[in-house]
Design a protein around this ligand. Sequence first.
Ligand code: PSV
Ligand code: MN
Length: 397
Amino acid sequence: MSEETNSAMEARVREALDGFRIELPSWGFADTGTRFGKFLQPAAQTLEEKLADAGQVNQFTGACPTVALHVLWDVPAGTRCADVLKLASRYGVRPGSISPNVFQDQMYKFGSLSNEQESVRRHALEHILDSVRIAKELGSRDVTPWFADGSNFPGTANIRARKRWMSEGLKRAHDALGPEQRLLIEYKPFEPAFYHTDIADWGMALELAREAGPKSRVLVDTGHHYQAQNIEQIVAWLLDEGMLGGFHFNDRRYADDDLTLGSIDPYQVFRIFAEIRYYEWETGHPADIAYMVDQSHNLKGKIEEMIQTVMTAQEIYAKAALIDFLALAKAQQEQRLIDAENIYKDAFSTDVRPAVRAWRRSKGLAEDPLAAFRGSGYLERITRERAGRAIAAGSYA
Ligand code: PSV
Ligand code: MN
C-alpha cells in the first residue's frame, strides 16, 4: 500500500476507534466454569476485585470505561450505590448496564415475569424495579434484563398466557425508567429452558420491546442464535427499525459457548460491524448501540482473554471501517456481485494492525496492550494476594 493510502487508512481507523467503546462484564472476571467443574484462577471474588481487574483492561486498551453489573452478584441488598461509584472511580471505570437477576433464586424454577404464579411474577418485577432504581443511582443508562423463563416439556406451560405476563412486566419496568434510560430486551432460544423459551428470538424481543414502550430496544447476543442463523441480517433489520439497542459479544461453535470473540468466525463479526457501519454511512448519524463483551472465561487467563477480546473487536471494527460504502452501494445497485463481495473481502483481509497500533500510540497507550499487561506485574501481584483463599478450594492450575 502506498504511503498516501496508508495514512488515509490510519485516518479512517482513528475515526472509527475514537468512537468505539466496549463494556466489560463484571462476571467475566469471576471464577466460573461449566456444570462439570471449575478450574480456578486468581479470579475476582469481590466487586472491588472485579472493578480492579476491569480497570486493568481499560487502562491498557483505552476502550472499556464501563463495567456491566449484575445486581444480585455485584450490588446485593444493603450495598450503597455511592460506595460502588467510589470504588469504580478508584479503578478508573464507571458502572455500565445493570442486569437484574431473575433466574437464580429457587422461586424462579418455572420462570420469573412469565411464571404461572402471580406472587413470583410480582417478586421478579419488584427486583427489576429495584434494578432500575439502582441503575438511576449509579448513573447507568441501560437496564438489561435477561430471562431464563421457559419450559422443558411440551404441554407443560401456557405459552400465550406467559407471553402476556412477560409483556405486562416489561411494560411496568419500562414505565419506571428515567428519561435518559433504556430497557434492552435480550433473547435466547434455549438454555436453561430446553423446550420453549419465553423470549426465544429477535422477533419476540422486538414485539415485546414495542409493547413495553419507546425507551425499549432489542439486545443481540451473538451466542443466542441457532446455527447458521444470519445474525447480520437481524442487525440490519433492527437498525432499520430503529430498535437495535445493544450487543453482547462472544463467539461460539455450537451455542452459547462463551468463546473469545472472533476465535471461531471473525468474518461473522466483520459482517455485523459492516451492517452497522453501512447504516451509519447511509444515515449520516452514529447508531446508538451499547457494545459489551459477554464471555465467561474458564480456561484462558481472565484478564488476558478480556484484553485479547477487546483487541480483536477493535481490529475487526477497524476493518469494517475500511469498507468503501460508496463503491459498495454502486456495485449493489448495478448487481455486480463479485465486485460487491470483493469490497467486503478487501476490507476484511487488510492488515489493520499497524493502523490500530498507530491509534494506540496517538492515545499514549502501549502498542500491544496484552504485552503491556503481562509486563505490568499485576497478574503476579493478584496471584499472590488472592492465593490464600485458593488453598481452601484447591490450588490454581
Ligand atoms: C445469558 O446467557 C446472558 O447472555 C445474559 O446476558 C446474562 O445476563 C449473561 O449471560 C450472564 O449470565
Ligand atoms: Mn448476554
